[in-house]
Ligand binder design. Structure first.
Ligand code: OGA
Ligand code: NI
Length: 331
């Protein structure tokens, strides 16, 4: 046991070095090569010069803190609805049931694409109305979050252009109406507390890979995120991904791994709490509900046949959500 614990500590202190993609760079070739290398290796990279200014980012984090600082009964007024939007209390979610004793030591707030009940698209499982905290309690909150959603979506589309080039596709490949022209995009405010202890099965956020196309993660600068590049290695080797001020940590999700025939990687990650409070905002990007996720034309050949059957984006996501949110009845 002592040995095991020591090993754990040694391996968890390792820090990962990831490629950094500069969206304002003039050297497109270099950006694409660097991005491709990151995607083949682990699918995690930093994105800088994305055009969202630091003051606005600080404001978004300030507003997020204000929400989580509200009394629990106020937060419960916007408890997640049947469309899976709104407040998720501490321990609500369990991402790695095999290794976790309780749920994740985090609370959250999901905000998705706002589609009112009278819209013909309302019945699509990942569209819907967002509950919003009372504007008397949190003035400007909704406006700030909606603006962030818009800006993060714009950055996602810029990254998608580079991803298309890295996959030898047309630069606009992912921008069509069937794909990111009408995407599913969900942001999630997160607030972590407490100290994690892997030897006791206590995690701020259990080990998982993201389901979708890609995730843009903004953090407040407190360490915590770790990645495991080879999930089959025993014991697993976990490396910290240190935050860089002003940068997004971007990672590819399982849907893009599948879409690219396993060529691009979606990597296992988790969050350990060190006792400091930590705030983060992942922005999960998926294409249109009806987008058919089938092996991309450049990822197959006579010797490299498609490994996965084609599946509709919404069907794939529904299946993945069910595995971690068993009690949800809407899907
Ligand atoms: C997630 C996630 C990491 C973090 O929500 O999927 O991996 O640092 N979050 O909050
Ligand atoms: Ni994740």
């Amino acid at each position: 046991m002592e040995n095991h614990t020591k090993h754990m500590q040694d391996s968890t202190m390792k820090v990962s070095s990831l490629n950094c993609i500069d969206l304002a760079s003039n050297d497109l070739h270099h950006s694409v090569v660097s991005l491709k290398q990151a995607c083949l290796d682990c699918g995690f990279f930093y994105v800088i010069n994305h055009g969202i200014n630091q003051e606005f980012m600080d404001d978004v984090f300030e507003q997020s803190k204000k929400f989580f600082a509200l009394p629990l009964e106020e937060k419960m007024k916007v408890l997640r609805n049947e469309k899976h939007r709104g407040y998720t209390p501490v321990l609500d979610e369990i991402l790695d049931p095999e290794n976790q004793v309780n749920g994740d030591h985090k609370e959250g707030y999901y905000i998705g694409i706002e589609v009112p009940k009278d819209d013909p698209d309302w019945d699509k499982p990942f569209y819907g109305p967002n509950p919003w905290p009372d504007s008397d309690v949190l003035p400007r909150w909704r406006e700030t979050m909606e603006k962030y959603h818009q800006e993060a979506l714009r950055v996602s589309k810029d990254i998608a252009r580079l991803l298309a080039l890295a996959l030898d596709l047309d630069v606009n490949y992912f921008e069509s109406q069937e794909m990111l022209g009408k995407p599913i995009a969900t942001m999630r405010l997160l607030h972590y507390q407490g100290i994690s202890d892997p030897s006791k099965g206590i995690y701020a956020c259990g080990a998982h890979s993201d389901y979708g196309m890609m995730t843009l993660l903004a953090t407040d600068g407190v360490m915590g995120l770790q990645i495991c590049k080879d999930k089959n290695m025993k014991p697993q080797k976990w490396e910290y991904v240190p935050p860089i001020k002003g940068a997004f940590i971007v990672n590819l999700g399982d849907m893009l791994e599948r879409w690219s025939n396993g060529f691009f990687k979606s990597t296992l990650h988790r969050v350990l709490g060190n006792g400091q409070e930590r705030y983060s905002i992942p922005f999960f990007v998926e294409p249109n509900h009806d987008c058919l996720v089938e092996c991309l034309p450049t990822c197959k050949s006579e010797s490299e046949l498609p490994k996965y059957p084609a599946i509709k984006c919404s069907a794939y996501l529904t299946q993945r959500y069910k595995e971690t949110h068993a009690e949800l009845s809407i899907y």
